[in-house]
Design a protein around this ligand. Structure first.
Ligand code: RIB
Ligand code: CA
Length: 317
């Protein structure tokens, strides 16, 4: 069993990641924490509750976290990608969950779940990293209870929200830098360079929709999202960024990773939110007088068809 906590900003692709975790018998889903991102915190939290209700998970505690970035606020959300309510306008069509929010905030719930976990836990941040940076800042003694952090975020060669930055990192670069550069917790970064290559086609979605009510509901939630990606990719492709990261969290090694020192641009210029991977050899880096920094396992490749097949096999069950 893999004990997981998901930190999320649902979000259509977040919905597929949550569904993947709920559909995988090898996952022990300890909790879900929410963060601002694709839409505002109130809506991401409401969507998380309803997605868990869709999968019959009244047992999973949910707590709300940060409603804005650590340092510099910004109003930008991604409604143009996910719809006004974050789920193609269909959030209200999902079942309401009888069990409401936990009595604590997201960071307190993360800390409590880590503290009482019998084994180290995999944390899967698939939104801005604000909650995770706060967790690591306030509870450094708990890092030993974190098996891995598997993050969807970053772009090595061209972003989505700006020319150089990917949305999750760009939404809170200071938080991302704390997690990706300052900490020493085993971390996998799944950048959009790979998630875009794992895009699924209409046939994949049709197969999921035909698998039953939950599959059909998930596909219905992609209406606005699919139209956005058809336009931005210029082809029949829907990019389920967060589900690809979740596939790695559930099945370690399904993605091919390379250990790289990372930096996050936190200036206010056009490069804000960019993730810079240092691909120089150790010798070259040391020749320039730099000590080798902490390395993050960056997912740069995979058996793309294998990942797509793995995701749908798990979702169909
Ligand atoms: O850039 C894609 C990421 O930003 C995904 O996690 C999506 O849900 C948004 O949060
Ligand atoms: Ca997300």
């Amino acid at each position: 069993m893999t004990a997981l906590i998901i930190d999320t900003d649902p979000g259509v692709d977040d919905a597929f990641a949550i569904a993947l975790a709920c559909s995988s018998p090898e996952v022990d889903l300890l909790g879900v924490t929410t963060v601002f991102g694709n839409v505002g915190l109130a809506m991401t939290t409401r969507n998380a509750l309803r997605l868990l209700a869709l999968y019959g998970r009244e047992d999973v505690p949910v707590a709300a976290g940060a409603d804005r970035p650590l340092v510099f606020p910004h109003p930008h959300r991604a409604r143009y990608v996910h719809g006004e309510d974050g789920l193609s306008g269909l959030s209200d069509s999902l079942p309401a969950r009888a069990t409401g929010l936990a009595s604590t905030d997201a960071v307190s719930l993360l800390a409590a779940l880590l503290d009482r976990a019998a084994e180290p836990v995999t944390i899967v941040p698939i939104g801005p990293l604000t909650n995770i940076a706060l967790l690591l800042a306030v509870h450094p003694s708990l890092t030993g209870k974190i098996a891995r952090i598997v993050i969807m975020g970053g772009a090595m060669a061209g972003g989505n929200v700006t020319a150089g930055a990917e949305f999750n990192i760009w939404s809170d670069p200071e938080a991302a830098r704390r997690v990706l550069t300052e900490e020493e917790v085993p971390t996998v970064l799944v950048p959009m360079d790979l998630t875009v290559r794992c895009a699924v086609d209409q046939a994949w979605l049709d197969r999921l929709a035909a698998s039953g009510e939950r599959g059909r509901t998930l596909v219905d939630l992609t209406a606005v999202y699919r139209a956005h990606y058809r336009k931005s990719l210029g082809r029949d492709g829907t990019v389920l960024h967060d589900a690809v990261a979740m596939a790695e969290a559930i099945s370690p090694g399904i993605l091919k990773t390379t250990p790289l020192p990372l930096e996050v641009e936190c200036g206010q210029g056009p490069g804000r939110g960019m993730v810079i991977a240092d691909r120089r050899t150790t010798a070259a880096r040391e020749a320039s007088g730099e000590r080798g920094g902490r390395r993050v396992d960056v997912a740069l490749d995979a058996d793309l068809d294998g990942v797509r097949e793995h995701m749908i096999t798990q979702l169909i069950g």
